[in-house]
Write a protein that binds this ligand. Sequence first.
Ligand code: ZN
Length: 188
Amino acid sequence: MSLLPITLCGDKILRKKTSLVTDIDDKTIGIIADMFETMRNANGVGLAANQIGLNKQIFVVDVSPVEGYEKYKPIAMINPKIISKSDDTNSVEEGCLSIPELRAEVIRPKSVFVSFFDVDMKEHTIEAEELFARVIQHEYDHLQGILFIDYFDDDMKKRYKKHLEKIRKRKLDIDYPISSSTDYYLIK
Ligand code: ZN
């Protein structure tokens, strides 16, 4: 296993809609293992494939380090689809490994039904709630080219403009490996 560089806000791949996975080969399974390692090394609870430069509909989630979520198993979701969302919403602070040192509240549905394929390409449908649902929605957004800063109002966009500029120019000290350029692709 190895650590992969994480793409940053401003990198082109983060704004592209990712492609469907048609088959899972050993290389993809290896990349998924690397994604878990890369996420944990950066103290993240979720990581999408385009965050490591792979334009594929895959993300990994592990909320078990968070208090109250110890029983949740790490999970990789392939070709995920959010089937339904609860009308109930909540506002919780989020962060993103591609947008270091920025945390802000985002309103999202409290629970979702999501279907996905596992690494054996078996389909599952589950209901996710609270933090687990939030991380799934955040990562699912990544696969559509959406970042959590897109939910900011104009005031917040103004407030964080300089910080985002710093990230784009790689002027922050980030303690995990990051992509070397805004054109970073693991596999074209
Ligand atoms: Zn993110």
